[in-house]
Design a protein around this ligand. Structure first.
Ligand code: FEO
Length: 374
């Protein structure tokens, strides 16, 4: 239910481990989370696999690497990975140096009539990540890159409506901070002539243009005429302000994704950050700072570093506090242009609500300034 004890998984997930059988040798591409090790071994038994020559490790995170020591023990195979990943595997798992073979970017490994070519694809989403290109079948095994948290009985991502949102959510939650690196990785695989993308989570793409085009859109600098408005309210003051701002933005033709943080799946908040030009956080003051749930959401926005251009804060306080300053600090990694905070002492008065209308005017002017609002 919670991947990495952080990310809700409304559609479940899969750990994809791929078996490639050449005329001379056999390789397993990635393993699985140790929780599903028995399932992996049952599948390999059902396929009659008695011997593995290699197990390729694209990524050291344990949902793919965690079962490597058990696979090595069961099949006596060598682990094949890049230098950086090798170091991390030795840190994270009970493996020995001599069990791991290092490969370089572009190096090939022959299985007889099939050849694995290793491509370093850093920062999707760790520094050591790589993929494998199987030229004979024109398949790119991309590990987390292009993945989706989606468990389905359909092996292929032919139902694009079903796959798009989980893939975007996955991108938003772990890939979004690395947009610049992802652009380079997209360029690197551009000319391969890929016919199939086999990621390590979710279904396999046999129309790769679908997910590659989606990624090009998500990593671009283009933003939409949208505001993400995330807020918490304890006694109704901040909620009243959220309602007024939503209404004011709507009347100005701006699409608002509004989230009442305590009842929000933060994955949905992350998805809406992929495209929005502006993010606004609303919070009451608890003791001397922002409500902790607003702080959590603001820190998440800061950590995900969306391409958001503008940001703002509104909220309320009883007697004093540093709520706006602290939220501003938490949002600072986004490097967005900040609007003047709109803060109400106690419940919002008419002049406070008018300041929210003015904030909506400022947002519209900024959106017009970058050519996304009419
Ligand atoms: Fe699916 Fe980064 O592990």
């Amino acid at each position: 239910r919670l991947f990495d004890q952080l990310i809700p998984l409304p559609h479940g997930t899969t750990y994809n481990s791929y078996l490639v059988r050449g005329s001379e040798k056999t390789a397993l591409l990635d393993t699985v989370d140790p929780e599903t090790m028995d399932l992996l071994f049952a599948h390999l038994d059902r396929l009659g696999v008695k011997k593995l020559d290699y197990v390729i490790s694209h990524h050291a995170e344990q949902d793919h690497s965690g079962t490597l020591p058990m696979v090595v023990e069961r099949y006596g195979c060598q682990v094949v990975t890049n230098k950086k990943c090798k170091g991390m595997l030795l840190d994270l798992l009970d493996l020995k140096d001599e069990q791991i073979v290092e490969v370089e970017d572009g190096e090939k490994l022959s299985l007889g009539n099939k050849t694995l070519e290793f491509l370093l694809l850093p920062w999707v989403h760790w520094p050591e990540t790589m993929g494998t290109w199987l030229a004979e079948d024109r398949i790119l095994f991309s590990c987390d890159f292009f993945g989706s948290h989606l468990a389905s009985t359909q092996l292929f991502a032919d139902d694009k409506m079903m796959v798009y949102e989980p893939a975007k959510r996955y991108f938003a939650e772990i890939m979004m901070p690395f947009r610049t690196q992802i652009r380079k990785n997209l360029a690197k695989i551009e000319g391969l002539g890929i016919e199939m993308i086999a990621p390590s989570h979710g279904p396999v793409y046999r129309e790769p243009a679908f997910i590659m085009d989606a990624y090009r859109d998500w990593v671009s600098d283009e933003v939409k005429n949208e505001v993400v408005l995330a807020y918490v309210s304890m006694h109704g003051s901040t909620e009243r302000m959220a309602e007024r701002l939503t209404d004011a933005l709507m009347r100005r033709g701006i699409n608002v994704h509004r989230f009442d943080i305590p009842v929000t799946d933060l994955g949905n908040l992350a998805v809406s950050l992929v495209d929005a030009a502006t993010v606004i956080v609303g919070a009451p003051t608890v003791l001397t700072g922002p409500h902790p749930m607003a702080a959590y959401a603001a820190m998440l926005v800061g950590a995900l570093r969306p391409k958001t251009k503008f940001a703002g804060i509104f909220g309320s306080y009883g007697w004093a506090g540093k709520m706006p300053e602290q939220l501003t600090q938490m949002l600072s990694p986004v490097r967005a242009e900040l609007f003047e905070p709109v803060i109400s002492k106690g419940h919002p008065k008419e002049e406070d609500l008018k300041r929210l209308d003015e904030l909506a005017d400022q947002i519209l002017a900024k959106h017009r300034g970058i050519g996304i609002a009419g």
